[in-house]
Design a protein around this ligand. Structure first.
Ligand code: PLP
Length: 335
């Protein structure tokens, strides 16, 4: 039995999800005629108290469209130096949006309102024009750390005072909301746009939804088309998203409990120097006396898979396809 903790993207659709996909009612979504896609978009947007949504093939595309919407040539986006939009989207900020980026420091991947305010460029022809702040919740590189509503509200105030747009990379927003107990609608109030991934903790084969107000999402559809992201009978995959909203949000707490168990097991490991605080489904460990490559190869020999995360760190992620049996096996194999 392989214990695959590389990412929450490795999940396979459940039987119930596949059944929902097979029986989806579909149409040409580029013509706005796919009822299942529309239902998913409206449902997700409404949950966050927002007007409109747009289905995208990937979280990367949702984020990149948001950056193109809110920034662009001669403009600048402020984000944490470990943000997914900067580190893991293939240089898209520059390649897609031709936007300059201002990187901030901050504990466990989170930024403070003071740091954001200090990074805003002066109104001066020498400088790019700051137009966008992008946050990430949960924060992948911060070990699945969670922003609280009051923290992002303070950042929203800075954005409003300086007329900046505020985007949320909410690839794992449901993990954050389940962990904090906060309401989606309160989060929708804070941001101009939010990207929500269906293919992470929610266990869908693909997809992300970008939500915002009607005018913003209308414009976003133009950009999506130009990026090649307009899809036809894509209701077959949107159906997986609706199914996941009904069945896979409430259970995310199980992934979080199992992540804490993974952390407990790893703490006993002779090559683990430090375990990041575990708030959601991500466990990052700092190694001692071994390289990540060697560590991963040792784990692999025992049928345990993880990924390298920086120079001396390894990441483990729990998900829909990890059960208590996997964790019992993991504990035995590492003893
Ligand atoms: C996975 C992820 C994305 C989007 O990734 P895709 O693989 O393009 O769907 C965006 N942000 C974060 C934090 C992620 O973990």
């Amino acid at each position: 039995m392989t214990i695959d903790l590389r990412s929450d993207t490795v999940t396979k659709p459940t039987e119930g999800m596949l059944a929902a996909m097979w029986s989806a009612e579909v149409g040409d979504d580029v013509l706005g005629e796919d009822p299942t896609v529309r239902a998913l978009e409206i449902r997700l947007a409404a949950m966050f108290g927002m007007e409109a949504g747009m289905f995208c093939p990937s979280g990367t595309m949702s984020n990149q469209i948001a950056i193109k919407l809110h920034a662009g040539q001669h403009k600048e986006v402020i984000c944490h130096k470990d943000s997914h939009i900067y580190l893991y989207e293939g240089g898209g900020i520059m390649a897609n949006a031709m936007t300059s980026v201002r990187l901030l420091e901050g504990h466990y991947g989170k930024v403070s309102p003071e740091a954001v305010e200090a990074a805003i460029q002066p109104d001066d022809v020498h400088a790019p024009m700051t137009t966008l702040v992008s946050l990430e919740n949960t924060m992948n590189k911060g070990g699945g750390s969670v922003y609280r509503l009051e923290e992002v509200t303070a950042i929203q105030e800075v954005c409003q005072a300086h007329q900046l747009k505020l985007h949320l990379d909410g690839a794992r927003i449901f993990n954050a909301l389940v962990a904090s107990g906060e309401k989606a609608a309160d989060w929708g109030n804070v941001f101009d746009t939010i990207s929500v991934c269906l293919s992470k903790g929610l266990g869908c084969p693909m997809g992300s939804v970008l939500i915002g107000d009607k005018a913003t999402i209308h414009q976003a559809r133009r950009i999506r088309k130009a990026m090649g992201g307009g899809m036809r009978q894509v209701g077959f995959v949107a159906a997986a998203g609706i199914y996941a909203m009904e069945h896979h949000i409430g259970r995310l707490g199980e992934d979080h409990r199992r992540a804490r168990q993974v952390a407990d097991i790893l703490r006993e490991h002779p090559h683990v120097e430090e375990v990041f605080p575990v708030e959601t489904n991500i466990v990052i460990v700092r190694l001692r006396d071994i390289s990540p490559k060697e560590m991963l190869s040792k784990l692999n020999d025992k049928g345990i898979k993880a990924v390298q995360f920086g120079q001396d760190m390894v990441r483990f992620v729990t998900h829909l396809d990890i059960t208590d049996d996997h964790l019992q096996a993991m504990e035995k194999r590492l003893k």
